[in-house]
Design a protein around this ligand. Structure first.
Ligand code: MG
Length: 289
């Protein structure tokens, strides 16, 4: 199936792909480009987040951040806005058991080939939005993960070309009803509840994902601490494996797997996932009413 790539072209009709030089000109005051989505009194918008930590400005992007975005001229102090999940995904594809130490704690060896599953896009929430524990589960776990955000329609992408189809990287929490995952065999229920896919706080477009610290804290206590260099299948291999199965669309998210240290969350607790070079994704935990 052929996908029309019109959304990757400039709104005025130019088909020129985004140039890195242009990206850097937009954001020459910062080392990397941060793409986010915000709610402000003026509405919801994709933005470029620029400036010093703690004093950032959110510059509104016209329509969407893919291809060659244009700016509307409006901006807000980031502190006056609320960060939403940074992207709208048609699907979230996840890798199971992609760190050897996590495979071991789950009671086995990692499979030779990546095992993939999908979380529905209705499970996505943004930073600070409560993760809701369903009444049907007695154990809801955090799983901090590096998230890949796809930037253009693609399929059959070679690992060596993966960076050409990646918009950037954000942080995900593959929240899991562990009892339901184990009971069902199939993981759609245990992984698919509403609120079970926190994403954020933003997308870093210029980031080398090959060796970043990843850390999950529950109420400030470190529960997971590893490095992306320990991924059994790296970002390129993952994109090749998944895109050989299904077409990936702009905004689609790939969760790359969680390191060891998984564990349950209770209502009233707060979970934070931090990845070096990106930032911290924090969500409170509550029981669904
Ligand atoms: Mg996971």
């Amino acid at each position: 199936m052929e996908y029309d790539d019109h959304i990757l072209k400039h709104p005025t009709g130019s088909a020129k792909p985004v140039s890195r030089r242009l990206r850097h000109r937009w954001c020459d005051s910062v080392a990397t480009m941060r793409l986010g989505r915000i709610a402000s009194p003026d509405g919801v918008a994709f933005v470029s987040i620029e400036g010093e930590d703690g004093a950032e400005t959110a510059r509104e992007i016209a329509e969407h951040p893919f291809g060659t975005p244009t700016f509307t001229g409006r901006s807000w102090p980031l502190a006056d806005t609320r960060l939403l999940a940074p992207i709208l995904a048609s699907k979230v594809i996840c890798i199971g058991k992609n760190y050897a130490a996590h495979a071991a704690e789950m009671g086995g060896e990692a499979p030779e080939n990546p095992v993939i599953f999908i979380k529905p896009n209705t499970s996505i929430i943004g930073p600070q939005v409560p993760i809701l524990r369903p009444k049907s589960s007695d154990r809801v776990d955090y799983e901090g993960e590096l998230a890949i955000v796809i930037g253009r329609p693609c399929r059959d992408v070679k690992a060596s070309a993966a960076k050409d189809v990646i918009l950037g990287y954000t942080i995900g929490n593959d929240v899991t009803a562990r009892d339901q995952q184990k009971a069902d065999g199939q993981w759609t229920r245990g992984k698919g509840h509403d609120t079970f896919c926190p994403l954020g706080p933003w997308i870093e477009t210029e980031l080398d994902p090959s060796d970043l610290e990843i850390r999950t804290e529950l109420d400030g206590e470190v529960k997971q601490r590893s490095r992306t260099s320990l991924l059994l299948h790296d970002v390129g291999e993952i994109v090749e494996w998944i895109s050989a199965v299904m077409t990936l669309l702009p905004g689609d998210v790939i969760l790359t797997g969680t390191p060891e240290g998984i564990g349950p969350m209770d209502a009233g607790q707060k979970v934070s996932v931090t990845i070096e070079g990106i930032g911290t994704l924090t969500n409170p935990v509550a029981d669904r009413g």
